[in-house]
Structure formats: structure tokens, C-alpha cells
Design a protein. Structure first.
Lengths: 268, 946, 97
């Protein structure tokens, strides 16, 4: 892997390469450059996960002349695809070095080996939602129970925006979640359940199920579960494969590129 | 209708008949007789109190006697103009001299029982006949028992039964006993394709489609278990997407299609309402079925009244009583200056009638172009006051609408409530806020109290907003500082029984309107000058006709043709179905095109790029002499279609197998092979109505029948076979079919799964098929086999993309609305005509070309296009460049600015639908006049008060 | 497309436990009776479902109820839901609004 990175840098295919490096005992994202080839040897693989593609896009926005390579798990690649169809980066502008980690690549709901199932406390299981549930299992509950459990989860929200900030596909300049015309401001928890539902709808056709939001959430709201449901619907109803193809327009609930205009002539 | 009713330059004359037409084209005097309405149109406010109080109940002819109305009435609830009328035949006052209930109760004093018939004359330049048709009366045949058996209704009656606003609220029942039918039969061709006295020989052209539609909707209303059976001879679903609809009705909706002409009906038993149908099925077996309801699919006919009118106007009729027109001038009546459209010129459906209406307008406009704009009215306003630095000062005007609102809603309470709302500084109650004197007063009040926002709580903005906006303009305020609360249509009318709740709702509606109005901003509109030039793509017949009409209307036209000659497919046609010489007509048309100084013809030219938008297009064309850029305001796409080159039936392998166009060429050259040939066969639907081309090519049945008749002219003794699936000689083309059969042409039906088999027999061909009457295989040896090959689209993706217009699944250009906007595209300023839209005969292409020219002229004649107003605006700082809005915009009004990296709205094209604002993830688009703040203020205000 | 969009929202609401509160019907301007029928029917359906439970998390002043900031007029949703028996609608809320 190190060889490959060095080769990319030396042949000028990329100017910088984004990977991970141990710093102060933590694996953190780091830009490796041509000027310091020795440092490349310090690049680590391991289970560290950050939205490197988001960093790459941000760097490119400031320095469009740079050629960037990233270390990419399957989720990073999917996110890059989403960013590409949303015109945030040109196809091929970011070079990827793939790390194999997903047990079944490009599969819907392929669980990431980096996301270890976490054991939650009895209280959360009793009145909240166990983050390890699948949408199906949650749907097996009674609606009133499900509702009350969701409300329990949403009410814990500290509005830290961690889910949004870590999200690799949150690229908007103006965030609806901070738009006072849309969502009440100045309260904690943020407007329940509007705040989380707005974000959920914005994840339609964008969420690539990387789970970083849930990792980042300080109060363990089962966000991944919510967005999974959203994107199941996107796939089932609209036949849209989020992040799996570049041959599709950005997803919108308002417009179906594949739909033919309804042709139903009605008599004379 | 509403638009027509409120148009500044359209004067509606109701209850009026044409008595006489004198003068000549361009200078007619029309003498009119206006029957008394007994209601003053200026005073009537359409409140309906008169009809409520009228004691006289009579059969409602609009619901074909299935419901009741009063002697003072509106024909139906959406009537334009919305003014009541007294029917003197049934009114008690006119019979007995007393009653006058309407006069007593009318709140506005509109009843005038002394009203007299008036006779007056007007001066016009042209006359358009759009008198429609009369439904065929099946009572003339005793075999159907219409009028005697209550289980038999006409299709028009069934239409009312199905209608949600009809007598049974859309509930499918048998009118007599309200029984829900389990089995309904439709009998096609009642009064059409029938040589019996009293009936008509022509095909009415629309009944197959309406019967399918009724069957599908009946099954939707009554449930899938309803057995809906259509008894027909030939299924004539020849229009755009009609065959698909037929297939869906049969295979998805489960409508039963029975190929049989039912001879007569009888009651199932002497005291039963059920109807027994006896018929011979297509196996030749006698069948019997009992139906709860039988619908007679009645045809269209020209009424006696219409024929008398035409006689008064000196307009010639054809043999069927419709106006006589030429295929080359399909909307021009025999008398110069008189034009005709719709079913007055022969039976036809909605899209084609709408198309002809535009065509008639174009033909008349071509004639009258020197006088354009000489009689229209325009308006001027004082300069607008700048209110941007003022606190909102809202004036609220609550309308009583006579007793229309005040009869239910407590208007004073609503007004008092309005006074309590924030920013409201002036409140007034009006008897009629819309009356002219109130408008003058409103202008005064706005000035006097320094109002900068106005809310009117009255009726529908659809009908009245423009009026109040004009008053805003007159008072020096921007018209977008106006807001309306509909406390009549949405409140007093629907909650007439619950005055308290209605008053509460009225308060809520006013609260919402006030909350929004406080946040309204003035919006600017700009008039952008346009290039008053047209570009027509395609120099075929349609393109030529469109170009010529636009030039006659006074506009420069560029006609772009990809080949070296004009004329397109018409070059290969011999005659029209009426026998008119196409070649001679083309020569005349071409000569006129080249003589017309306003038309520039670009031959061997192709379009390589298109820039701009309505009013200001720039199209780049490449010709032999290099590229040129043409500035134009509108574009008409008339790129035509082509004949499919068959792979079936040995075409291309045997010299005796030819297509229809090749056959026309042989006729033109008087090819000796034709005279030598003894036996000839036509095979229909070659490549049409197949899986990969699931549409009817529309022209081929008539073409083959006409061809067969031509062959009989060459050799009256020839043996001619026509193998078909459904014979689709619609309209008076049916007469040709009839003639061909009479003259010995043998017509034999085949089904899609049992196609004829053709084998080579030396110079001859052997055609095997199954005789549908004898039910056994037959074979004939023919000298010539003519294939009715499908018409295919050019699938011109690149042109479609350049003009940003859609193609349908078959590659035809897709119009904005199949019925109501048949020659427009959703993309403004681009129009279509001819076979690029769908296969069609020459006369329909010409009418459509004129229609496209008329629609194009509506843009060109204005000289400017409006930009701004209620449009979306994208905040560049918020735009993240994802271009979702570009994809979502239905009007192609958003473009991505590459160097700035943001999306931008073209305010000329934007229609203010708000799709972009809804789709944008980052709240960059702001829909002016409906922004988030305004909408949320509206919602919050009402939730707070609830 | 509208159909799909509405199904999307319906299912998302159902996933939240708020099913049955959204309905899509095609009613033309000429179908007044159908409009009345649909609106009346749906109003009854919604009544039968009881008050919008989201309302329990917002009290009349419009202020959201956090776990810490209790609203004086509504019972604490978390406690109310768990105390009398898990996940039943509190009586006060069901009758109150």
C-alpha cells in the first residue's frame, strides 16, 4: 500500500494523498505529500474512519489545481459517487486507492466490518431503540410504541450537529437545519421530531450508510437506522441506487428522470 | 372558458344568433339577433338566490333529463359568463303572468322581465364557424328500443351518469331503478357507418375511444367485477397513444371487446329492465347475453339548425351536412373570409378540434394582418410608490357579496377580527368589493390612509385577483402587495348550513392572508423586446404551410430544410383521399413560398446549435456555404417522419412486393406493370400495432382503399384483396371503404397472431391467409403485393435536446398537453406540427401547421416577453452547485453558470411553480411571493389562533 | 411521481409510528361530492386515531418539552408513557386535545 501511494506521488498522478496517521495516540486523517516521502511509511491502515472524500472536496474547492488521492473504503467510494453526481467534484478528479473492508462490496446494507455492534444499556432497550435493530425488526413493533421510542431518542439530541458535520455527503453551504424559517431555533432539544425528519428527508438519495453519524452522535441516536429506512424507500419506490452509480442524476423527490410522461388519452 | 370570458379583447354575445352576413372578406356586416335573457348581465352576481326561490322545476337538459333544474337557471355550475337566465318556455310568469319570485328575491335587482329580443349589426373582418355537432338521436330506430326500454341509454347520458357532478354523483346506476349494474354493454356505430334511412354512412371517428374510456371509468367507479363489454365492428383507435389505451383497457382494466354488430335488443323478460342482446360472434355462432344496461355509442351529426345557418351564410356543405372544405385549406369555408373549425367541418375529437381552432385563427389572422391591433384596448397607470422603508400598513376589505357571503358568514365579526390583527390600520365592509364604484373608492382609501398592503376577503383570486391588482396599480402600489382570502367559494358556499363555523373559518382565512401580506414585497416585471421572426425546422408540407401563414401574418420566417428540395413526404403522394392532386398543390405552395419576400429558405441546412429562449433564440445552421446564426423569437418544429422499410413479407427480396409510397410512384409513372397485373393484394399494419411500434400509423387504411380504387380505374376487372386487422377509415373516409367493397374489392381480416404468409412463386407471389367468414385458410396468387408500412419517427434526440423539448416513447415530439395544448411545448416559444407529432394525413398536417403558426404568432405579435413577477430567484451564496434544480425545473428555466459555479433562473421562462425551492437541499432558491417566511407566517398564524 | 413521493412520506411517517395521517386522492375541480366525501371520511379517520402525538411534545405555549424543561399543562411524555403501562396514550392527552 505504501508503495502504491509513493508511486502515485512520485509519478505526479496525485499531488497529495489523504490517509491516516497516528498522532498523539489517535489515528487521524493526514495529507501525505511528495516533499516528504519518508512520512508515507507512517501511514496506517487499521480501522480508522473519516470522510476523507469530504476533506478532498473541501481542499479542491480552495485549490482546484491540486490532484488528490485518497485511501478509500467502499463507503468512501460510495460517498465520492454521491458527491460526483451532485457536481461537487468532477468524475475522476479524486484518485482512489481501495482498501477492501466491506464483506460484500456495493451491496445494499453491506455491514461494514469497522462498525462493531455496540452493546447498549438496558434502559435504552426498554424505552429507546437499540441501534443494532434492522428497519424490519423495528417495524414489527406497535406504532404507538415505535413512536414513543423514537421520541425518546430524538429528545436526547444536543443539537451538536455532529451527524451533519461528519457526514461525507453533507455539502450544502446553507443548511436547512439552521434555517430559522424552517426549524425553530434556540431550543434544546431541537424541534422534535422535525429536526431529525428534515435531516432524514435530506438524506434520501444521499446517505451511503457509512454509519459515521451514529459514531459521532454523543447520545447514541439510531440515525443510521432512520436513514437506512429512507434509502430503502428510495431504492424500492424510485429505483434509485444511492452512491452505486455515476450514471444517474442527483436524486430528487420531485422528479423522476426515468419516468415517462403519463400517456392516458381520455376519449374524444 | 374563464380566460375567454375575462379577456380584454373578447366580447361574449350569449343567446345570440347570426341572422345575416353581408359584405365581403375583410369587411363583413353581421346581423345578429339576441334573445332576451330576462336577467341584466351587468347586475347579476351569480348568487343563485333566484334559482333557489323559483318554484318551477323542469328537466335539466344538460343532464339529459336525468336531473331537474329551475326555470331560472345556470346551465351548469362552471358556466361562463356566470349569469342566470330565464327559460321563457317553462317560466310560470310567462305562462300565467304571475309569480315574479326571482324579481322579488334578487339582491341586486338584476331581473328584467320586460327584456326584449334585440337585433343589431357588427362589423367584422372574418367569421369563424365553431358550432360543433348534434348528437345522433337513436330514437329513429325501433330496433334499439331507445326511449322504450329504460335499460338503454345513449353514450352522452352515460357520460352524465359517470360524472361526479352529474345526477348520480358518479355512482354507476341504471337511471330508472337506481340498480347498480353488473353487466354493461356498449354498442358501437349507432347512427354511424350505417346505410339505413336516418343514419349516416360516415364514421363518427370518436366513439371507439369514448366507449373505451367510459368502460374503463365505469370499472373504476363500479369496481373491477363490473363486466364491461364493447360490441364493435372495427376498433378505430387511430390517434396518438390511442392504441396503447385500447391495449391497456383490454389487458389491464379487463374491458371485454366483442367483434360483432348487434342487430336488435329486447327486454330480458316482459317486466324486466334488463336487456337481452342477441349477436353473432366472430366464430359465426349465435350468442345471447343479458345486460343490466346498454349504452348506445351514438355518432356525431350536423344539426338542421346548422344547415340552415350555413344556408343563410352562403357556406357550402358536403354530402353529410358538414361544411365543405378542401384538404389543402382545411379550415377555410367556401365563402371567402369565413373559416370553420371543430365538428362543424366533420366529426372529430378534442385535440384535433383545438388544433383546428388555432388554425382557423391563423387563417383569419393571415387575411386580416394589416388591421392587427387597430381595435384592441390597452391601459396606463401612475408610477409606483416606493414602500420599502415603510412599516406594513394593511387595509382589509371584507366583501358581503350581496348575500352570498353575508348570508352565512357574520361579516361584521370578521371585520372586527381583522381590526385586531397586527399591522392592520384600515378595515372596511363592502356590499360588493368588486363593483366599479368600490374600485374607485379603494384607490382613494389606499391614498388617504397611506396603505401599503391590501387584503380582500371575498371570492376566488382566479377570477378576481387581476381586477384588484389593477386597482393597486391605479393607486400607485405594486400589484404584488395584494393578497386575497377566499371566504366565499371556500367558505360560505361550502358551509352554508353552519354559519358559526363558517365565520370562524373566515376569520382564520383573513388571519392567514394578513400574516402573509405583512411580509409581501413589491415584485418587478420587465418587458424584454423580442425578435419578431420565426424559424421553421423542416421544409415538408407542414413546415411550408406554417411558414407561409406566418409570413402572411407579417412576420419574417426562416425555413430550414435538410434536403435540397421542399415538400418532404408529400412529394411522393399522388392524391388526397378526396382525389385532389397533391403534386399540383405542392407546386403552387412552393411557388408562393419563393415569391413571398418574408420567407428565407435554407436548403441542405442542418441545425447545429440553439441558444437563448422564447423571444430571443439564436439558432446556428450549417449549410453548404458554412455556418450562419439566425436570430428568431419562436421556433416551429416540423421535421416530419418516414416510411418504415419492411423486413416482412419478402420486401426487398421479391420485385413484386412494394410499399404504399412506391405504389403511388408506380401510379404516377403509369407503370405498365399495373396494367398487366391481374391480381393484387394489400397487407395493412406492416410494422404498426406491434410490440416495438405499438401505435396505429393512421393513414394507411385510407391510403390502401384509395389505392385499390385507383387500380380499379386502371383495370376495372382486377382482383384486389385487402388484408387488414381493423379497417380505420375514419370520418367520411368510410365512404371510400364502402365504395371499394361495392366495387368488388375483397377485404379480409387477419389477427396479429395469424398473419398472412407470403411465398415467392416465380414472378408471382402466393399469399395465404385465413378467411374470417369461412373460417378456413385460403391462398391467392398475386402479381403485386402492396405493404402498408408503418410511419416511423426520426427519433431526433439531438434536435429535441437543442430546443429542450421531449420525445415520447415512440420518438414523436411530445406536446405540452395532448388535448388542450396540442401544438405547444412546455418550453415556451417552441411549437410543433405535422408528422413529427404523430402520423397524419395531409389535411391534418396543414391544419396543424396553421395552428402552430397561430400559437407562434401569439408570441411574435406581442413584441415583448414578460420577465419577473412571481418567479424563483437563486441566492448565489447558498447555491452548492448540485444542479438538482436544473433537473427538476419543468420549464427548463434554470441553467448552471459554469464559471460562477451556481445555478441561475431565467425569469422569462420561470413560471413560479416552486419545484426548485422544494428540491434544493440548501434553501438557495427563493420563490418570490411565496417564500418560506411568508408561507410559514401563514401557517403559524392560523395554528396560533386555532 | 406524486404517488411515489407520497408513498415515501407515508412510509416514513409509519416508520416513525405516525401512520394513517397522510392521504392522497385525485379529485378534479368538477368532483365536489368526492371532495366532500374524502375530506369527511379522512377527518373521521384522523379523529379515530386521536390527537397527533407529536403535540404531546409541544405544549400550548409552543415551547418544546425537553426531558429537563417540563411543560406545566402536559404530562411528561417519557414518564407518562412508561409509568401506567408501557406505550399507551395517556388519558389526559387523549381527552385534552
Amino acid at each position: 500500500m505504501h508503495e502504491k501511494v509513493l508511486n502515485l506521488l512520485e509519478t505526479g498522478k496525485v499531488d497529495i494523498f489523504l490517509g491516516y496517521k497516528m498522532m498523539a495516540g489517535h489515528p487521524l486523517p493526514h495529507a501525505f505529500g511528495r516533499h516528504n516521502p519518508v512520512e508515507v511509511q507512517e501511514m496506517i491502515l487499521g480501522p480508522a474512519r473519516y470522510p476523507l472524500e469530504k476533506l478532498a472536496v473541501e481542499i479542491l474547492a480552495a485549490r482546484p489545481d491540486l490532484k488528490i488521492g485518497i485511501l478509500a473504503r467502499d463507503c468512501n467510494r460510495r460517498a465520492l459517487n454521491v458527491l460526483t453526481v451532485h457536481q461537487q467534484v468532477a468524475p475522476g478528479q479524486v484518485q482512489v486507492l481501495e482498501v477492501s473492508c466491506c464483506p460484500s462490496p456495493l451491496q445494499r446494507h453491506a455491514d461494514c466490518s469497522s462498525l462493531e455492534a455496540k452493546e447498549f444499556g438496558a434502559g435504552k432497550k426498554e424505552i429507546g431503540i437499540d441501534n443494532n435493530l434492522t428497519p424490519d425488526r423495528l417495524e414489527a413493533m406497535e406504532p404507538t410504541e415505535r413512536f414513543s421510542r423514537w421520541m425518546y431518542e430524538f429528545q436526547k439530541c444536543l443539537k451538536c450537529y455532529g451527524c451533519r458535520d461528519i457526514c461525507p455527503v453533507c455539502f450544502c453551504r446553507e443548511c436547512s437545519l439552521e434555517h430559522e424559517d424552517l426549524i425553530g431555533t434556540g431550543d434544546l432539544p431541537p424541534e422534535v421530531p422535525i429536526f431529525h425528519l428534515v435531516r432524514a428527508v435530506h438524506m434520501a438519495g444521499r446517505c451511503i450508510d457509512c454509519g459515521l453519524c451514529e459514531d459521532a452522535c454523543p447520545v447514541d441516536i439510531p440515525l443510521r437506522l432512520l436513514y437506512r429506512k429512507v434509502n430503502e424507500l428510495v431504492a424500492d419506490l424510485f429505483d434509485y441506487k444511492t452512491g452505486l452509480s455515476l450514471e444517474q442524476p442527483p436524486f430528487s423527490l420531485l422528479f423522476d428522470k426515468t419516468a415517462q410522461p403519463a400517456a392516458a388519452p381520455h376519449g374524444a | 372558458m374563464v380566460e375567454c370570458g375575462r379577456h380584454l379583447n373578447i366580447k361574449l354575445l350569449t343567446l345570440t344568433e347570426v341572422a345575416e352576413l353581408t359584405g365581403r372578406a375583410g369587411d363583413f356586416t353581421v346581423t345578429l339577433t339576441k334573445k332576451p335573457r330576462y336577467v341584466d348581465m351587468d347586475k347579476c352576481i351569480g348568487c343563485g338566490v333566484c334559482a333557489e326561490k323559483c318554484p318551477r322545476k323542469v328537466d335539466d337538459e344538460y343532464n339529459l333529463g336525468l336531473a331537474k333544474r329551475k326555470a331560472i337557471y345556470l346551465k351548469y355550475s362552471q358556466t361562463v359568463p356566470l349569469k342566470y337566465a330565464i327559460d321563457p318556455v317553462t317560466c310560470i310568469y310567462f305562462k300565467k303572468g304571475t309569480c315574479k319570485a326571482c324579481e322579488k328575491f334578487c339582491p341586486s335587482g338584476a331581473i328584467n322581465l320586460e327584456d326584449q329580443e334585440e337585433r343589431f349589426a357588427i362589423q367584422v373582418g372574418a367569421v369563424v364557424l365553431a358550432t360543433g355537432f348534434a348528437p345522433f338521436n337513436p330514437g329513429v330506430f325501433d330496433t334499439y328500443g331507445y326511449g322504450r326500454y329504460p335499460g338503454v341509454v345513449t353514450s352522452l347520458e352515460f357520460e352524465r351518469i359517470l360524472s361526479a357532478s352529474g345526477p348520480f354523483e358518479g355512482h354507476v346506476v341504471r337511471p330508472k331503478d337506481k340498480k347498480e349494474p353488473e353487466k354493461i354493454a356498449w354498442l358501437q356505430c349507432v347512427g354511424s357507418r350505417d346505410l339505413k334511412p336516418g343514419a349516416h354512412s360516415y364514421c363518427s371517428g370518436v366513439c371507439c375511444m369514448y366507449a373505451i374510456k367510459q368502460a374503463v371509468i365505469a370499472k373504476e367507479h363500479a369496481g373491477a367485477d363490473l363486466d364491461a363489454a364493447i360490441f364493435f365492428m372495427d376498433m378505430r383507435t387511430y390517434g396518438k397513444d390511442f392504441d396503447r389505451y385500447y391495449q391497456k383497457a383490454e389487458h389491464e382494466a379487463g374491458v371485454r371487446f366483442v367483434r360483432s354488430r348487434v342487430h336488435s335488443l329486447s327486454p330480458a323478460s316482459p317486466d324486466s329492465l334488463d336487456i337481452r342482446l342477441e349477436y353473432v360472434d366472430d366464430q359465426g355462432k349465435l350468442q345471447e347475453e343479458i345486460f343490466d344496461l346498454v349504452v348506445l355509442s351514438i355518432g356525431l351529426e350536423a344539426s338542421e339548425q346548422f344547415r340552415n345557418l350555413c344556408q343563410r351564410l352562403d357556406v357550402k356543405l358536403d354530402g353529410h351536412g358538414f361544411t365543405s372544405t378542401s384538404s389543402f385549406a382545411p379550415v377555410t369555408a367556401s365563402r371567402p373570409g369565413v373559416y370553420v373549425c371543430g365538428a362543424a367541418a366533420g366529426p372529430k375529437d378534442i385535440p384535433y378540434s383545438v388544433m383546428e381552432a388555432s388554425a382557423a385563427a391563423a387563417a383569419a389572422a393571415g387575411e386580416l394582418s394589416p388591421a392587427r391591433f387597430s381595435l384592441v384596448s390597452t391601459k396606463t397607470y401612475p408610477p409606483e410608490r416606493d414602500v420599502s422603508r415603510e412599516e406594513p400598513r394593511i387595509g382589509v376589505f371584507v366583501c358581503n357579496c350581496g348575500i352570498n357571503i353575508s348570508g352565512v358568514v357574520n361579516v361584521s365579526e370578521v371585520a372586527a377580527h381583522a381590526r385586531s390583527l397586527p399591522h392592520v390600520v384600515y378595515v372596511e365592509e363592502n356590499l360588493y368589493t368588486c363593483s366599479q364604484d368600490t374600485q374607485d373608492k379603494l384607490t382613494e382609501v389606499i391614498r388617504e390612509h397611506g396603505l401599503n398592503r391590501v387584503v380582500v376577503a371575498a371570492c376566488s383570486p382566479r377570477t378576481h385577483e387581476p381586477l384588484f391588482q389593477e386597482t393597486m396599480n391605479n393607486a400607485g402600489l405594486n400589484k404584488y402587495l395584494f393578497e386575497m382570502a377566499n371566504i366565499r367559494n371556500q367558505d360560505s358556499w361550502v358551509h352554508a348550513q353552519e354559519p358559526e363555523i363558517a365565520t370562524r373559518k373566515a376569520k382564520d382565512l383573513v388571519t392567514m392572508a394578513v400574516a402573509k401580506s405583512a411580509l409581501l414585497n413589491p415584485l418587478q416585471e420587465a418587458d424584454l423586446p423580442i425578435t419578431q421572426t420565426a424559424l421553421v425546422v423542416g421544409g415538408g408540407l407542414a413546415g411550408m404551410a406554417a411558414a407561409l401563414n406566418l409570413a402572411q401574418q407579417g412576420y419574417p420566417v426562416h425555413l430550414v430544410e435538410k434536403t435540397g428540395v421542399l415538400g418532404g413526404n408529400a412529394r411522393q403522394l399522388l392524391t388526397t383521399y378526396r382525389g385532389e392532386d397533391v403534386g399540383a398543390f405542392l407546386e403552387r405552395l412552393e411557388a408562393r413560398i419563393f415569391q413571398e419576400p418574408r420567407i428565407t429558405v435554407h436548403r441542405q441546412a442542418s441545425i447545429t446549435g440553439v441558444d437563448g429562449f422564447v423571444g430571443n433564440f439564436k439558432t446556428t445552421i450549417a449549410t453548404g456555404n458554412g455556418a450562419a446564426v439566425i436570430d428568431h423569437g419562436v421556433a416551429v418544429l416540423a421535421t416530419g417522419a418516414k416510411e418504415y422499410k419492411p423486413t416482412e413479407y419478402l420486401y426487398g427480396q421479391h420485385p413484386g412486393v412494394i410499399t404504399q409510397l412506391e405504389f403511388d410512384e408506380m401510379l404516377r409513372r403509369r407503370d405498365p406493370r399495373l396494367a398487366q397485373a391481374q391480381t393484387m393484394a394489400f397487407i395493412q399494419c406492416v410494422g404498426s400495432r406491434e410490440d416495438h411500434r405499438p401505435y396505429c400509423s393512421k393513414v394507411c387504411c385510407t391510403h390502401s382503399v384509395k389505392g385499390a380504387l385507383e387500380l380499379l380505374e386502371v383495370d376495372p376487372g382486377a382482383d384486389i384483396y385487402v388484408l387488414y386487422r381493423d379497417m380505420r377509415t375514419y370520418g367520411d373516409r368510410e365512404d371510400l371503404y364502402h365504395q371499394a367493397r361495392n366495387r368488388g374489392v375483397i377485404f379480409n381480416r387477419y389477427s396479429r397472431d395469424k398473419k398472412p404468409v407470403v411465398t415467392a412463386q416465380g414472378e408471382k407471389l402466393r399469399v395465404e391467409f385465413r378467411d374470417h367468414i369461412l373460417a378456413r385458410p385460403l391462398a391467392v396468387e398475386v402479381d403485386l403485393l402492396i405493404l402498408a408500412a408503418a410511419i416511423e419517427s426520426h427519433q431526433d434526440q439531438s434536435l429535441a435536446q437543442m430546443y429542450r423539448v421531449p420525445l415520447d416513447a415512440d420518438g414523436w415530439f411530445l406536446e405540452a398537453h395532448q388535448k388542450l395544448r396540442p401544438v405547444d411545448f412546455a418550453n415556451d416559444g417552441v411549437f410543433l406540427c405535422g408528422m413529427a407529432h404523430y402520423p397524419k394525413p395531409l389535411e391534418e398536417s396543414i391544419a396543424q401547421a396553421q395552428a402552430a403558426a397561430a400559437r407562434a404568432a401569439t408570441v411574435l405579435s406581442k413584441g415583448t416577453v414578460k420577465a419577473g413577477g412571481l418567479v424563483s430567484r437563486i441566492t448565489p451564496d447558498f447555491c452548492c452547485g448540485c444542479q438538482i434544480c436544473v433537473n427538476v425545473c419543468p420549464y427548463q428555466a434554470i441553467a448552471f453558470h459554469d464559471s460562477l459555479g451556481v445555478a441561475q433562473v431565467n425569469e422569462v421562462l420561470c413560471k413560479g411553480c416552486g419545484a426548485c425551492a422544494a428540491a434544493c437541499p440548501c434553501e438557495a432558491p427563493v420563490l418570490l411571493g411565496f417564500n418560506n417566511r411568508q408561507l410559514y407566517a401563514q401557517i403559524r398564524s392560523v395554528l396560533r389562533s386555532a | 411521481m406524486t404517488l411515489k413521493r407520497m408513498r415515501f412520506l407515508k412510509e416514513l411517517f409509519a416508520f416513525m409510528g405516525l401512520g394513517g395521517r397522510l392521504r392522497l386522492e385525485w379529485i378534479s375541480s368538477a368532483e365536489a361530492q368526492k371532495f366532500v366525501k374524502v375530506v369527511s371520511e379522512f377527518t373521521e379517520e384522523i379523529r379515530a386515531l386521536g390527537p397527533n402525538p407529536v403535540g404531546r411534545y409541544t405544549c400550548e405555549s409552543g415551547k418544546k418539552i425537553g426531558r429537563r424543561a417540563a411543560c406545566p399543562t402536559a404530562p411528561d411524555p417519557v414518564l407518562a408513557d412508561t409509568a401506567p403501562g408501557p406505550h399507551t396514550v395517556p388519558r389526559a392527552a387523549a381527552e385534552g386535545r
